[in-house]
Design a protein around this ligand. Structure first.
Ligand code: SF4
Length: 90
């Protein structure tokens, strides 16, 4: 039976890295009008806090790179070796 995308992603595991592999620039985020990061991430790791600032919770990051393309102000690296998403095929 063919699995849908949610079921396929549920098979993956993510080993959280204590070092953030993506960093936002708070000063640039404050004046950003588009805030595309809130909309483009398939894992919805970007949120706004009560003060209206962008926050990032990387535990669900799929390392797809979409936000890296959408926002030039991000500092973006893959997680260190042994950390991050582990995709399961089949
Ligand atoms: Fe979201 Fe992909 Fe960016 Fe990870 S790399 S934060 S999953 S858009």
């Amino acid at each position: 039976m063919e699995l849908n995308i949610k079921a396929k992603l549920a098979k993956d595991t993510i080993k959280a890295d204590s070092e953030k592999h993506i960093k936002v620039n708070p000063e640039k985020c404050k004046v950003c009008k588009e805030r595309v990061c809130l909309y483009v991430c398939p894992a919805h790791v970007y949120t706004l806090n009560k003060e209206g600032n962008v926050e990032l919770e990387l535990d669900g990051c799929l390392e797809c790179g979409t936000c890296r393309i959408a926002c030039v102000e991000l500092e973006w690296h893959y997680p260190r070796g042994g950390y991050g998403v582990q995709y399961k095929c089949g």
